[in-house]
Design a protein around this ligand. Sequence first.
Ligand code: C5J
Length: 226
Amino acid sequence: MKIDAQPFTFELPPGRTALVIIDMQRDFIEPGGFGAALGNDVSLLESAIAPTQALLQAWRARGWPVVHTRESHAPDLHDCPPAKRDRGQPALRIGDPGPMGRLLVRGEPGNDIVPALAPLPGEIVIDKPGKGAFYATPLQQALQARGVTHLVFAGVTTEVCVQTTMREANDRGYDSLLVDEATQSYFPEFKAATLAMITAQGGIVGWVASLAAVLQALDSAAPGPA
Ligand code: C5J
């Protein structure tokens, strides 16, 4: 299946392409979470929800693999390096109690994926202590077990966890495409720069396409797992 993309056409193998949704958590998107504690205007991320939902519906309709990630730490924070927790002068730090529970701690309400994108049984959910989803997680084994060779990315934030994971994927041999409208940053200029970095030099990290281009390619092919 061919998708009109930058820097050139992305060849998407049906059934072997996972949708990877990075960190669409209340902690980043809603007031009172980790993103807000760092001083960010979290309302800037909301616009990524509906496009990501459209991709999720398309993947689910075809029975293709879906991965959801959550940036999160164990309640005792053994997987949170002091360098991460102590960085800067945030209003609240990782593990501190906030209005949605302890920030970035697994199992707390704020750590949940937003309701519109809640995982379904059978979908892969990866709790990741780092910015990259391959670091200290079973993601690669889960993808290999399902025969996944290509990744389509959505999620937040573009230049932090999305870009880090795309670079990790690139080094592991995956062809990756980021969907423009389905990713957002607290800094619009960083999103623009990241999209440019991904596609520069002949797609040195991967591809970028519009939501319309992805959905058009999917709709023009017969639905089905392969
Ligand atoms: C950040 C993320 N920005 N999911 N995490 O700390 O991008």
